[in-house]
Design a protein around this ligand. Structure first.
Ligand code: DQA
Length: 147
């Protein structure tokens, strides 16, 4: 089973960026945790980060025929990118939306996700563990779909 992980804009600066909100792990450290869990779950992961909306749309499209599920933190695009929402609904694969912070406990403009209604579910507020929970959820969704 292969699961694609996409980190959206500004997540390349994890560790430096508002650590009180996003934690002290940098992106490499977070990716190592994801890779370690994937290894113990027997799942192959491929991890991408992009600051650009169009590139994220392309990365989502490439899942078709290539990945079994997607775990995505669309970051700020979560709140307004109809292009990313449409890409997620187009691929017809299990998609789990993740956020490091609890977006529902923050500014009002972060409460709304335009992606969540077309994802299988959303995990937010657990720091790096949001991705690990997201990976477990994505694996389970793929297994359920195969049964
Ligand atoms: C975020 C939450 C978003 O509102 C914010 O724009 C981000 C990160 C999170 O992981 O908590 O860049 O997606």
């Amino acid at each position: 089973m292969r699961i694609r992980i996409i980190h959206g804009p500004n997540l390349n600066l994890l560790g430096l960026r508002e650590p009180d909100l996003y934690g002290h792990d940098n992106l490499d450290e977070l990716n190592k945790k994801i890779q370690d869990l994937a290894g113990s779950l027997g799942v192959e992961v491929e991890i991408f980060q992009s600051n650009s909306e169009g590139e994220i749309v392309d990365l989502i499209h490439q899942c078709v025929g290539h990945a079994d599920a997607l775990v995505i933190n669309p970051a700020a695009y979560t709140h307004y990118s109809i292009a990313i929402r449409d890409a997620v609904s187009t691929i017809r694969l299990p998609v789990v939306e993740v956020h490091l912070s609890n977006i529902h406990a923050r500014e009002e403009f972060r409460h709304r996700s335009v992606v969540a209604p077309v994802a299988c579910g959303q995990i937010a507020g657990f720091g790096s563990a949001s991705y690990l929970l997201g990976l477990r959820a994505a694996k389970q969704l793929v297994e359920e779909a195969r049964r």
